[in-house]
Every structure is written in C-alpha cells, then in structure tokens.
Design a protein around this ligand. Structure first.
Ligand SMILES: [Zn+2]
Length: 239
C-alpha cells in the first residue's frame, strides 16, 4: 500500500487482500465471476482484459495486471483512487486502468467498466470500422451506435484522451487496433454490453458477407430512439 495522507485517512485494512465491508466482499466476488464468464466466451485470452467496479467510498476496485481472468480470486483485486494510485491490494493495477477511470471521472452514473478483446468486434476495430450501421433494431434500441476511438498506446495518457469525446453519449466504444470498452450501472450491465457488441459485430460481418445489408430508415430510427428513451426510463424506475 502506498503511504500518503489519503490512504491513512481511509483506514484501509492492514492486509490489503481482505475486504473492508461486506459489499466490497460481494463486489470482489462479482469481478472474479464476470472475469471467468469473459474468459469462457473467448473475449480475454491470456492475460488480456480487465474489469472494475466503483466502491461505495468512491474508490475503484479492479482486476490486477498479468493474470488470466480464468484464475482470478477475490483476494487478487486492487483498489485505486480516481487518479490511478494504488491504495489497496498486493498486486499491481493494470496499465489499462486509465480508460476505466476516464468513465468514472466523467460519468457519475457509471458503476462498472469492462475492457476485453472480443475477436469479431476487435477485427472491426482493427480495420478502422465503427459499428454504427443501424442494422439491428434491438441493438439500436439497447446499445445505440458503437463508435471507434482513435488508436492510443496502452499504458499512456493517450488512452483516456482517445475515448474522452465519446464518454458522454456512449456506453460501448471500439478502440482502434485494440479491443472494446463498455460501461454500465452494474457490472452485469457492462458485461452484457460487451456481449451485445460482439454479437452485433457478428451480425454486421454476416450481413456484409451476404452483400445486401439493409440499414433501417430514418423514420424507423426515430421510432426506435423514442422506444429507447422509454426503455431507459423504465429501467431506472424499476431499480
Ligand atoms: Zn486491452
């Protein structure tokens, strides 16, 4: 644990792998569980990808660097502040944490962020192609367009800067020549958005292989935009 006045006042546990509250304990288990689900889907081969969740005290609990998401245990998680300083955990934070923190700083509504390399969506990102064509009504309604952020070198400030202009309006972003980042009100939301992005990428690929993709008309899109805003209001009301 780094020494600073900040960490002292937070009174973090002397053993950094022990959760401080029961909700943190649950959140650690959630990160491990959704990490395994991403791994089984083939979205995070090797040590790729990372997941994080906002803690009640405003800090961020994240998966560590250099570990397979298949092998994650609750005690492996790292706690960082919104500037990326490690304030809890014995492992190191991922160098990709900057893109998670960009969402948390900009969007108070975002409670969880998932970053992965799903192969079809990453194929689109590696060809410089966003997933913005309105081919699927349900994707338009639930996710909207998925823009492509310009290439940025992992582990540098470029990463947060590359997605900055998309954060306000998008819960899923393709990262050029890299992968995908998604955000949500819950870790499950962010995870399901990642699944939806990859599913939509498959559909776009097949539609273009067939050669006669028919995007939805402007009128239809307007109707879907209205349905989407109702859907969001209902989702908030049901919480
Ligand atoms: Zn990555």
């Amino acid at each position: 644990m780094e020494k600073s006045g900040f960490t002292t006042t937070l009174n973090l546990s002397l053993d950094p792998s022990i959760p401080r509250t029961s909700s943190e304990s649950q959140q650690r288990r959630q990160l491990a569980r959704f990490g395994k689900r991403l791994y089984r889907l083939g979205f995070v081969p090797g040590t790729a990808g990372n997941l994080s969740i906002r803690l009640a005290d405003g800090l961020v609990l994240a998966t560590p660097t250099g570990m397979s998401k298949h092998q994650l245990r609750s005690s492996d998680m790292v706690i960082v502040d919104l500037d990326g300083r490690r304030v809890g955990g014995s492992r190191n934070a991922t160098s990709e944490i900057a893109m998670h923190l960009a969402y948390y700083r900009r969007r108070p509504d975002v409670q969880a962020v998932v970053h992965a390399h799903p192969p079809v969506a990453t194929g689109f990102a590696s060809c410089g192609r966003a997933l913005e064509e309105p081919l699927c009504s349900e994707v338009v309604m639930t996710l909207g367009a998925v823009p492509l952020a310009p290439y940025a070198t992992t582990g540098t400030d470029e990463v947060a800067a590359s997605i900055e202009s998309f954060l306000d309006r998008h819960d899923a972003i393709l990262l050029a020549n890299h992968g995908v980042v998604t955000a949500g009100d819950t870790l499950e939301d962010a995870f399901m958005r990642m699944e939806t992005v990859e599913h939509f990428a498959h559909i776009c690929l097949v539609a273009h292989q067939l050669g006669s993709a028919k995007p939805l008309s402007c009128d239809r899109l307007q109707q879907l935009a209205e349905a989407r805003s109702r859907y969001k209001k209902n989702a908030v009301a049901s919480r």
